[in-house]
Write a protein that binds this ligand. Structure first.
Ligand code: FES
Length: 81
């Protein structure tokens, strides 16, 4: 699980350790996950799939909990950032 893989976060290539969650890739990219209804940037909070603050579009599927999805090489991630 130590090999680096490449994912795209908002169009930027990000190197992450194999097995890392998408939430980690988003954090490495310096992005936030979504924007609240009041316009505040939201990021992963619980990292165990409960709070839903880490939602992002992953490979075209909206509202995925990024803390619960492992990165795969070539994955496309888009956030509200
Ligand atoms: S960080 Fe809470 S559900 Fe992902």
């Amino acid at each position: 699980m130590s090999d680096q893989i490449t994912v795209s976060v908002n169009g930027s290539r990000v190197l992450v350790p194999g097995g890392a969650s998408v939430a980690v890739a988003i954090a490495i990219a310096g992005a936030h996950c979504r924007t609240s209804v009041t316009g505040e940037p939201r990021r992963a909070l619980c990292a165990i799939g409960i709070c839903f603050e880490c939602r992002a579009q992953i490979d075209g599927v909206q509202h995925q909990r990024s803390c619960q999805v492992s990165c795969r090489d070539g994955m496309q991630v888009n956030t509200d950032d």
